[in-house]
Design a protein around this ligand. Structure first.
Ligand code: APR
Length: 183
């Protein structure tokens, strides 16, 4: 795909469950057990069909390693797939958190590309319950997604749906910095 991948990244403020995209990425846990935050919203608004599909595809004792992602049906969400990505818990930044959260974004993007998605919507993975400081997570997330877009065959654009002002601002600052560095 030609063109600067950063121009194919959009930041919006809102609720991830309210967006229409081919693939909506969930901030899940490694047990794929549901939870609060994004995970809670996706299962609440998406309905029980998402968890039923996870159980059908991956069994009752399913798991997904940190930094990886799996796909499920979208339930009632305006999407063709939900991709359940597992980000790292923040342990202070010296336990490989940056590489793991980058991997969660990249793996999700590659999975979406393999599925044939053209528009992918992400939350800010790991910056809620998992405690990853968003000022540090945002540049890692944007750089990973830009690299993934550069290599993607079918994904054309990514939307980050950011719930709170502080997270939106952190991503806006990081995107401006990356764009300036790209020249
Ligand atoms: N839409 C978009 N963003 C949201 C929404 C929503 N509906 N709800 C929360 N967020 C934001 C949070 O403000 C935070 O910036 O998503 C970011 C990620 O927060 P979490 O959902 O807490 O995800 P994470 O930090 O990755 O922790 C994952 O929390 O919910 C559990 O089961 C989940 O164990 C897993 C852990």
């Amino acid at each position: 795909m030609t063109g600067d991948p950063l121009t194919r990244i959009r930041l919006v403020q809102g609720d991830l469950t309210g967006i229409t995209a081919d693939a909506i990425v969930n901030a899940a846990n490694s047990a794929l057990a549901g939870g609060g935050g994004v995970d809670g919203a996706i299962h609440r608004i998406g309905g029980p069909g998402i968890m039923e599909d996870l159980r059908r595809r991956y069994g009752p004792h399913r798991s997904c390693p940190t930094g990886s992602a799996v796909v499920s049906a979208p339930g009632l969400l305006e999407a063709r797939w939900v991709i359940h990505a597992v980000g790292p818990v923040w342990w202070g930044g010296t336990a490989g958190e940056a590489a793991r959260v980058a991997s969660a974004y990249l793996t999700s993007l590659r999975l979406a590309d393999d599925l044939g998605a053209r528009h992918v919507a992400f939350p800010s993975i790991s910056t809620g319950a998992y405690g990853y400081p968003v000022a540090q997570a945002a540049p890692v997330a944007l750089d990973a997604v830009a690299r993934g877009l550069r290599d993607a065959a079918r994904v054309q654009r990514v939307t980050f749906v950011l719930y709170s002002d502080d997270v939106l601002e952190a991503f806006e600052t990081a995107l401006a910095t990356l764009a300036a560095a790209a020249g």
